[in-house]
Design a protein around this ligand. Structure first.
Ligand code: GAP
Length: 443
């Protein structure tokens, strides 16, 4: 079978230290991935950008970091125990499991005509049954029903149960939001496509609490804001589109929802959503906990349960969008090169410093420059192999600038700076490098 773009990306991600399969030396753990030295920087850059735009740049949004483990009643009230399920079918022949809506299944599961997409047997698929996607665990030493709790399947619930705490401690007024970045877990039936659908992942979620009746305008506001933010990541706009959920697609908590989809090498798929959750969550938590969660508008003396507009993004899926969008295969001077054209501010490494050759004072000057830049920028030092090979390695890592110390550098303290995308080189005075990089990394 020919190598697909995803195969190439997965192997580049491993080769350059972006993403490794979890527990690889034991044969790997299904659909769980670890971020290597470059991957952790890329994901951190995305999360920091999100946090800055949501929390630091806005007066009306506060940050939160709630625990992954929550009271089990949270998941009853939120509807996740009853409703967070996928229909599942088993093949009695090959023992594989599938989502009942797997497009590869021919016929109706449970009927003699249904055909297993893996072993091809007819009539071997069981009727669909509901499978809850939450990971169960036990609090304390005894594995009994009373000790059951769950790994959160969305970070949003940590925000709802803290909504009054944040409101009162921050002295915000409605409309206001709470933002959070954290891990979520789902026991997906058919995970796959690298870091697209995994069992452990990170979400960047913001819940915006508004007065009932104003949720429509806030919904539109946040849709526009989120698209603007995504375009700011440097993602090609023609690869992004909206998809409004039909009635049958809406999650159990939503009255309206739009996905933002990206055209991945495996097709258009969602990686972020804006949801109108109305008062579904707060009213359920108010009822189940017996605690009043109403907001008092002191200006009008009105009491009401706020409505919620949610923006929910996956940090891993956004990282996959950025990786896929940056991936290019090009021909340069008759040679093939693979390059990740990240927006410079998102790139894991901002620059690499190279002595042209390992003699004549070049390594000493290059090391001095590298040490000087390291405090401010994530930079890399490389003196191994031909300069061409070193450039290629950094192209694959997506490093936007290559700083080379050559014979002239030791005479006049200038260096060449190679631009990853245009391949143009310019001479820059070594003391100007921090200001030069800062200007190029803005935005
Ligand atoms: N709080 C709303 C919520 O969780 P969702 O559409 O189920 O909504 C939000 O999830 C985002 O979380 C998705 O757009 C996706 O980016 C990410 N996500 C969900 N399930 C995932 C999985 N199994 N692997 C990786 N990311 C996932």
């Amino acid at each position: 079978m020919p190598e697909t773009v995803m195969d190439k990306l997965v192997s580049l991600a491993k080769r350059r230290g972006f993403v490794f399969q979890s527990s690889e030396i034991y044969g790997g753990l299904g659909s769980v991935w670890d971020y290597g030295p470059l991957g952790v920087e890329l994901k951190k850059n995305i999360k920091e950008r999100w946090w800055r735009s949501m929390v630091h740049e806005r007066e009306d949004i506060e940050g939160l970091d709630a625990a992954i483990l929550m009271h089990p009643k949270v998941w009853e009230a939120s509807g996740h125990i009853a409703g967070f399920t996928d229909p599942l079918v088993d093949c009695k022949q090959c023992k594989n499991r599938f989502r009942a809506d797997d497009p590869r299944i021919k016929g109706t599961p449970g009927q003699p005509d249904a055909q297993c997409p893996v072993c091809g047997t007819r009539g071997s698929l069981t009727p669909a049954r509901q499978f809850n996607l939450m990971f169960k665990t036990f609090m304390g030493p005894v594995e009994e029903a009373a000790a059951v709790t769950y790994l959160r399947p969305e970070t949003a619930q940590g925000i709802y149960v803290n909504y009054l705490n944040v409101l009162q401690s921050s002295r915000q007024k409605i409309p206001f939001g709470i933002a959070q970045i954290g891990k979520a877990f789902r026991n997906e039936i058919t995970p796959g496509n690298f870091i697209f659908r995994t069992r452990e992942f990170e979400q960047m979620e913001m819940q915006f609490f508004v007065k009932p009746g104003t949720e429509g305008e806030w919904f539109e506001f946040w849709r526009a804001e989120r698209m603007k933010w995504l375009q700011g990541l440097g993602v090609r706009p023609e690869k992004l589109r909206w998809h409004q959920h039909g009635k049958d697609e809406l999650a159990h908590y939503a009255t309206d929802a739009y996905d933002i989809e990206y055209e991945f090498p495996f097709g258009w798929q969602e990686f972020e959503g804006v949801h109108n959750r109305a008062d579904f969550d707060l009213s359920n938590h108010q009822r189940a906990s017996g605690k009043k969660l109403e907001y008092l508008d002191v200006a009008t003396n009105e009491r009401f349960l706020p409505y919620v507009v949610e923006t929910s993004a996956g940090a891993d899926r956004t990282a996959l969008v950025v990786l896929c969008d940056a991936y290019r295969e090009e021909e340069v001077e008759g040679e093939k090169r693979v390059v990740l054209q990240f927006k410079p501010s998102l790139a894991p490494l901002k620059a690499a410093v190279f002595p042209l050759v390992n003699k004549d004072g070049m390594p000493e000057l290059a090391r001095r420059l590298y040490d000087g830049l390291r405090g401010e920028f994530n930079v890399f030092y490389d003196d191994g192999g031909s300069i061409g090979r070193r450039y290629r390695r950094q192209d694959e890592a997506g490093t936007p600038f290559g700083i080379t110390v050559d014979g002239q550098s030791t005479q006049d303290q200038t260096v060449t700076v190679r631009d990853r995308d245009t391949l143009k080189q310019e001479r820059v005075a070594a003391p100007q490098l921090p200001a030069y990089l800062k200007a190029k990394l803005a935005g």
